[in-house]
Design a protein around this ligand. Structure first.
Ligand SMILES: [Zn+2]
Length: 433
């Protein structure tokens, strides 16, 4: 009897944890954890090496720049701008890398407030919302620590990175102040690839936000003279980035600002059903953060389908891409406080993000369709259905699926559904043949 009662209580708590409409994913695309690569100081090997290594792998990072080093390292503002233009974030790491705890109020203004303004002048396409403490000073509880964090908050920084590890859990920030003490893992030339990988598996199991802190980066010959602190060689960086990317299904690799925005918004956001008709479901997504021009990070929503197929999603009347269709739900992004979200009932003709544009190529002459996936899937089952749901092609347990050719000779022209199922997800896309 006692067990039944416990089960009943557990079910109740389970139901109250989610609204009936669906849930707001803990991280973007329902990933298990977030990882942010951070590069500090704008040391001389970073700009010539890192942005291209990131771009080659389709990922982005945060560069915490010390602004008096920008010109002196001879990688001047145009290279900061071009780094940002690749999707990377430029964060504030002060003007001259001082010990913040020793500074006067006026000096703090020079090192924090004026640097944010200077970066925004030189890099006009982004606001500076992220800060990294030189030497990690500012995360303590003395009156100077409190003054530093109060200044960061007052000047529009939404979070700050420390230089020490704390915890790997999703609830790493239970107060706003906690966002100004975000943990990190410090890299150096002596960190092995297995130690690096262990950080990734820890953050995946904990579900939190891991920032990884890099300093000097250079090639085998130290061509850029970047030997001053905790140097990581380019070949080691490449191996680390490749390892990180191999976990892309589980970790959201993003910038510091985006990760903090997502986590803050998600922790105070609610979904509310506004109404349903025979063809639509309308709901709102709102959060309690007052500054909507800063907190505009799209959140991944998983809306329960209840057996209904939805063909389109809009927010504030603007079409929203559907990311995935699962057996029980439909996933897409929406911005809190940015207008009503409307799902329209329809067939499964959905442009899942898994299939990036033009990645189902059909060559009717030899009856072959070529499928290219934007993210590879393990042990996928692939099938083609006609619109009545009849399976006309099936291939089971494709080891590692990133592209596939399906021979449909003998199949007549028409509209078909391509379905790819992994253990936890089902993706469907309509195509004509
Ligand atoms: Zn530094």
């Amino acid at each position: 009897m006692k067990n039944y009662l416990l089960l009943f209580v557990w079910l109740l708590s389970g139901f109250t944890a989610f609204s009936q409409i669906g849930e707001i994913c803990k991280w973007d695309d329902d990933k298990s954890a977030a990882v942010v690569l951070t590069f500090d100081d704008w040391s001389p090997g970073q700009q010539p090496i890192v942005p291209n290594e990131l771009k080659n792998r389709g990922i982005t990072a945060t560069f915490f720049i010390t602004t008096n080093l920008v010109a002196s390292w001879n990688h001047d503002w145009p290279t900061v701008v071009s780094t940002q233009a690749k999707g990377n974030e430029i964060g504030n790491h002060t003007y001259s890398h001082p010990h913040l705890l020793t500074l006067s109020t006026l000096q703090l203004d020079t090192q924090i407030t004026q640097v944010k303004a200077a970066i925004e002048t030189h890099v006009p396409l982004q606001k500076v919302v992220s800060f990294a403490y030189p030497f990690g000073e500012g995360v303590g509880s003395t009156s100077k620590d409190l003054e530093i964090r109060a200044l960061l908050k007052a000047t529009g920084h939404i979070g700050a990175r420390s230089v020490s590890a704390s915890n790997y859990t999703y609830n790493f920030a239970t107060t706003d102040d906690d966002y100004y003490k975000i943990m990190t893992y410090t890299m150096s030339g002596s960190v092995s690839i297995s130690t690096f990988e262990n950080q990734l598996t820890q953050i995946i199991s904990g579900g939190g936000l891991l920032t990884i802190l890099y300093h000097s980066i250079d090639d085998a010959n130290n061509s850029h003279g970047d030997t001053w602190f905790n140097q990581v060689k380019q070949t080691a960086l490449q191996q680390q980035l490749d390892t990180l990317v191999s976990y892309k299904d589980k970790v959201w690799i993003t910038t510091f600002g985006q990760a903090v925005k997502y986590h803050k918004e998600r922790n105070c956001a609610t979904l509310n059903l506004l109404g349903t008709t025979s063809t639509t479901m309308t709901f709102s997504l709102s959060d309690t953060l007052s500054n909507n021009t800063v907190y505009n990070q799209p959140l991944s929503l998983k809306i329960f389908r209840n057996g209904i197929n939805y063909s389109t999603v809009t927010q504030n009347g603007i079409s929203v891409a559907v990311d995935t269709v699962l057996n029980d739900s439909i996933m897409f992004h929406a911005v809190p406080d940015a207008g009503d979200i409307v799902l329209t009932v329809g067939d499964l003709g959905i442009n899942a993000a898994l299939f990036s544009s033009e990645n189902i190529r059909i060559n009717k002459d030899n009856s072959v369709i070529n499928i290219q996936l934007s993210t590879s899937m393990k042990n996928a089952n692939v099938s083609v259905l006609d619109l009545s749901g009849k399976e006309i092609y099936k291939k089971s347990s494709v080891g590692l699926l990133d592209h596939l050719q399906i021979d449909l000779s003998g199949v007549s022209s028409g509209i078909y559904l391509l379905r790819i199922k992994s253990d936890e997800k089902t993706y469907t896309k309509k195509f004509s043949y």
